[in-house]
Design a protein around this ligand. Structure first.
Ligand code: NOJ
Length: 514
């Protein structure tokens, strides 16, 4: 939201900016957009601290701007998925204000997790939980009680054992469904409920690490609690009341594919992010294991898999895979393999340009993770998109705009404009791969057959349905060229052409008819 396109030149992306760029997205060949939160918010965690779930923050525009963006997207055949943040609100939410004013034992306070402290005078936090962003997960209020915030101190956790919280969120879902959204991305979908008695986290430093590591540590008594599933069953019914193909996808960083599958049982969420592809190291075996475990998990519950290589919380894949030409080559190859798999692929803005992680100067960093001493933070993957021109703001906003995070000079060669003119660019690759994928979609079986082409090589095939052609994908994670001449001419390549001897280079992937 903040980093895509800024129509009013205040340095922060907005709804009018998105509307103006919808033709670009349609041309890219996507089916839906997911917008990070645009609700009224102090922006401490860049929108994930919501003060009013039914209002658009003036920073991003108005409710009318949202409706116009949504209508324009629908006209172009693009569905609109919005972010819902049910684990916590902002401390600027009127409920939290009321909780502070009404005091101990009040129904207002019971909407959040307030507890007395431990030790003499209750001076110690109620337990040893640490914030995902670093530091304590508890803050003390004037009357001596403590409140829980698994994230920033201005993001108090709701108490989901209080039925009023669930009712309020159902009403929020309906508010946006009534406005025509197609679905929701559920923030911290494995959070919300906490283990009874709020037990200490045992046997670890109880904090630290990058967001994906902390969020995926399934030993913590605040993740993946069984009662979550009752909520998702209720939300399933809410979505089913509306016409059209409504859906919800959970951001559930759970430790195994089997745990992930519990969120997508037939009467729960439609999809869950499969972060195991993103977490996999550069290894054919690791990718094969993720594929095998994913299908073994989602198959029995009848759900379709999702694939993710990147998002606004993790280091961009180009950098994760080694940076420079190597990192770019590998990220394109991993993407091509991912796009060949049955299921839904999620692409993070800028991934189609091959943007690297930016080393944002310390004095410009804004992520609460950095500000709370929890590490370098996520600003490096959130630097505003380069659209055109040779100098900042690279078309992100009108000339003279100062983007909320500084763009590096190196973005000049990565703009949409520059890449559109180059048939060998990453953008041209993405456009071609998405177009091909769309063409093939209806002709391919949802089943997958793994092929053994030796160590270091991931290979699989999808059969064609109704006599249509199938698709084989080969990803070379090894150190040496891999002969693919037996598979015929490639339909798509992630990188340099296959040489005359029919060999696929290391760190490259290809599709073939099969
Ligand atoms: C996950 C979101 O993706 C992240 O950006 C946010 O900081 C946390 N949830 C807290 O809402």
């Amino acid at each position: 939201m903040r980093s895509f396109s800024d129509a009013d030149g205040d340095g922060v992306g907005d709804l009018l900016g998105i509307t103006a760029r919808l033709p670009y997205l349609a041309d890219l060949g996507i089916d839906a957009v997911w917008l990070t939160p645009f609700y009224l918010s102090p922006q401490v965690d860049h929108g994930y601290d919501v003060a009013d779930y039914r209002q658009v923050d003036p920073l991003f525009g108005t409710l009318e701007d949202f409706d116009a963006m949504s209508a324009a997207a629908h006209d172009l055949g693009i569905k609109v998925i919005i972010d819902i943040v049910p684990n916590h609100s902002s401390s600027a939410h009127e409920w939290f204000d009321a909780a502070l004013t009404a005091g101990r034992g009040s129904p207002e306070r019971a909407r959040y997790v307030f507890r007395d402290g431990r030790g003499e005078g209750g001076d110690e936090p109620p337990n040893n939980w640490r914030s995902v962003f670093g530091g304590a997960a508890w803050t003390r209020v004037e009357d001596g009680q403590w409140y829980l915030h698994l994230f920033e101190e201005s993001q108090p956790d709701f108490d989901w054992d209080n039925l009023e919280v669930g009712d309020e969120f159902e009403s929020i879902l309906r508010f946006w469904l009534d406005r025509g959204v197609d679905g929701f991305r559920i923030d911290v979908a494995h959070g919300m409920f906490k283990a009874e008695g709020l037990p200490d986290v045992g046997g670890l430093d109880a904090g630290g690490g990058t967001l994906d590591v902390v969020m995926a540590d399934w030993n913590r008594p605040y993740w993946d609690q069984p009662r979550l599933h009752e909520v998702y069953r209720r939300w399933h019914e809410v979505l089913a009341e509306y016409d059209g193909d409504k859906m919800a996808i959970g951001e559930a960083w759970v430790g195994s594919a089997a745990a992930m599958a519990r969120y997508v049982r037939a009467d729960e969420l439609q999809q869950v992010f499969n972060f195991h592809w993103l977490d996999a190291p550069w290894s054919a075996q690791a990718f094969a294991d993720v594929i095998g475990e994913t299908f073994a998990a989602v198959g029995p519950v009848g759900a379709s898999p999702t694939w993710v290589l990147s998002n606004h919380d993790v280091t961009r894949p180009v950098t994760r895979y080694g940076g420079g030409e190597l990192g770019l080559g590998r990220s394109r190859a991993a993407m091509l393999a991912m796009l060949a798999l049955p299921g839904s692929a999620y692409i993070y803005a800028g991934e189609e340009l091959g943007l690297p992680q930016v080393d944002v100067p310390a004095d410009a960093r804004q992520d609460p993770t950095w500000l709370r001493g929890g590490g370098v933070g996520r600003d490096g993957c959130r630097v505003p998109m380069p659209w055109s021109g040779h100098l900042p703001p690279f078309g992100f906003g009108p000339d003279g705009t100062h983007p909320w995070l500084p763009q590096p000079e190196g973005f000049a060669s990565l703009t949409v404009e520059a890449q559109s003119a180059d048939p060998a660019s990453t953008l041209a690759f993405f456009r071609a791969a998405l177009t091909r994928r769309r063409e093939l979609l209806s002709t391919l079986s949802q089943d997958l057959e793994m092929l053994d082409r030796g160590p270091g090589v991931l290979a699989f095939r999808r059969r064609g349905v109704a006599d249509g052609a199938g698709l084989a994908c080969v990803l070379n994670c090894g150190e040496t060229d891999h002969r693919v001449s037996d598979l015929g001419a490639p339909l798509m390549l992630s990188g340099p052409p296959i040489d005359a001897a029919g060999k696929l280079r290391p760190s490259a992937a290809a599709w073939f008819g099969a």
